[in-house]
Design a protein around this ligand. Structure first.
Ligand code: ATP
Ligand code: MG
Length: 445
């Protein structure tokens, strides 16, 4: 993309109403514009990051054997009356009436809708196990929408639902989700720690939330500092291997890590004092096993191996796709702006032309642009007739991990400059070597 043809409405001033850094940078970098309280338009740069996050979520869900689909945002109230949640859900549910006087709602989650699909089409245990998911907009009329996309009213969420014959099989689905989530967050450059949590209005006993540690997080968390040493890395995983998934769950959940709702002071105090950490975290996902709560209420049964009907065991599993955009910025920024991890960056590499209109500089930039594009990467070329300082400030604010700077002086010596946004370190390289290095950096991702 050439910046002169892009739509990147960068703000010079700090927006007054943004309390936390991710909200401030998202507004300043022209990623979002508020439409109403807790409802945002995603401008091109923000939309790109949202889509990259969505892509990673899809890839990791499909890798785990889960099946993508799409359910609507608007749902019928009658389904929610069957589960009893139409009354229970309270004021967070946006209720709508259509022209025929039928009660509808903007879905805050999809347990009822998916259970209805399941009961319509699945009748035998032979069709199990089954895990379906979608990534769709949700609406929750939050009392205090704030912090930009982190606590919106309209937000983008991946929600998946497993259907299994018995509790053991459903717990394997739970473990599979935990493992796939660990991989998902790590690909986004995040450490998200699974913590024992409370199930809230979804119901059920087994649940973990995934938290990214950050001072601005809304949850208070208590953990053994040893959990922060764990990483999934690039180990091989077979999602059909029940024992392997179980052992990874144990590895990542056996150390003390809880939110305030389930915190146990006595257990916590058993840890050596130096390892006891009290901090704040951003919830970026949650997994639940809730057994037969919905299948019994809504008649989702299958014929078991002995011919008798059995209600299926279910769980639901969510990732806050739009919240993640803010959470990643909270975890990765400096005083100049955002620092995108390579896995989610909106453009792979910036190209800054120090002297637009200089024949050699223009030509070198065009060559770099073409070579990076031909390698399947997306460069962002700042080809505007602007001062170098302004171009650097924009690049730093929007946080692309790598920048190639091209100027007539360097070109006389046959070099351009490759700079890491994260470390600020630069090296002079021939244009060919700079391109080769950037291609190599992204080769694994
Ligand atoms: P919270 O406790 O933050 O209100 P929740 O536990 O009610 O969230 P879930 O039902 O577990 O949310 O939804 C799955 C994920 O969707 C959450 O882990 C979170 O990342 C995201 N999410 C929930 N509510 C919002 C919101 N208002 N704005 C943005 N993302 C949200
Ligand atoms: Mg939750």
């Amino acid at each position: 993309m050439r910046l002169s043809r892009y739509f990147l409405p960068v703000l010079k001033e700090d927006p007054a109403d943004a309390q936390i850094v991710s909200h401030r940078y998202m507004l300043r970098a022209g990623m979002i514009k508020q439409a109403q309280a807790g409802i945002y338009s995603w401008l091109p740069l923000g939309f790109k990051v949202l889509k990259r996050i969505e892509e990673i979520v899809h890839e990791e869900q499909i890798r785990a054997g889960h099946i993508p689909m799409l359910m609507p945002t608007l749902q019928s109230a009658d389904l929610w009356r069957e589960s009893g949640r139409y009354e229970d859900y309270g004021e967070e549910m946006l209720r709508i009436t259509d022209r025929h006087g039928r009660d509808m709602l903007y879905g805050p989650t999809n347990e009822e809708l998916i259970t209805d699909i399941f009961r319509t089409h699945v009748s035998s245990y032979k069709d199990l196990p089954l895990t379906l998911y979608h990534i769709q907009w949700k609406f929750r009329d939050e009392r205090r929408p704030r912090f930009g996309v982190m606590r919106g009213r309209e937000f983008y969420m991946k929600d998946g639902y497993n259907f299994d014959l018995d509790k053991a099989a459903a717990m394997h689905a739970y473990n599979r989700h935990l493992v796939s989530y660990l991989r998902t967050y790590e690909r986004m450059g995040l450490q998200a720690i699974p913590m024992r949590a409370d199930s809230g209005p979804i119901g059920g006993d087994d649940t973990h939330e995934f938290l990214v540690l950050a001072e601005t997080g809304e949850s208070e968390v208590f953990y053994d500092s040893a959990v922060t040493d764990l990483s999934f890395g690039d180990r091989a995983i077979d999602y059909d291997d029940v024992a392997q998934c179980q052992s990874i769950l144990e590895e990542f959940t056996s150390k003390y890590a809880r939110t305030d709702e389930t915190h146990d002071e006595a257990l916590f105090n058993d840890l050596p004092e130096a390892r006891r950490k009290v901090a704040r975290g951003i919830e970026v996902g949650q997994i639940f096993y809730f057994g037969t709560k919905y299948s019994e209420a809504m008649g989702a049964t299958v014929q078991g191996p002995d011919g008798k009907p059995v209600p299926v065991h279910m769980g639901s599993h969510g990732i806050g796709v739009s919240r993640l955009v803010g959470a990643i910025i909270e975890a990765s920024h400096d005083e100049k702006g955002i620092i995108w991890p390579e896995g989610v960056t909106p453009f792979h590499c910036g190209i800054v032309n120090l002297k637009q209109g200089d024949e050699a500089a223009d030509k070198a930039c065009e060559n770099l642009y073409e070579q990076l594009s031909n390698a399947g990467l997306e460069p962002l070329y700042d080809d505007r007739d602007e001062r170098a300082g302004g171009k650097f400030a924009t690049m730093d604010l929007i946080g692309l991990p790598w920048r190639i700077t091209v100027g007539p002086r360097g070109l006389k010596n046959g070099v351009v400059e490759l700079t890491s946004r994260k470390t600020g370190e630069s090296e002079e390289l021939t244009p060919e070597a700079a391109v080769a290095k950037v291609i190599l950096i992204y080769a694994g991702s």
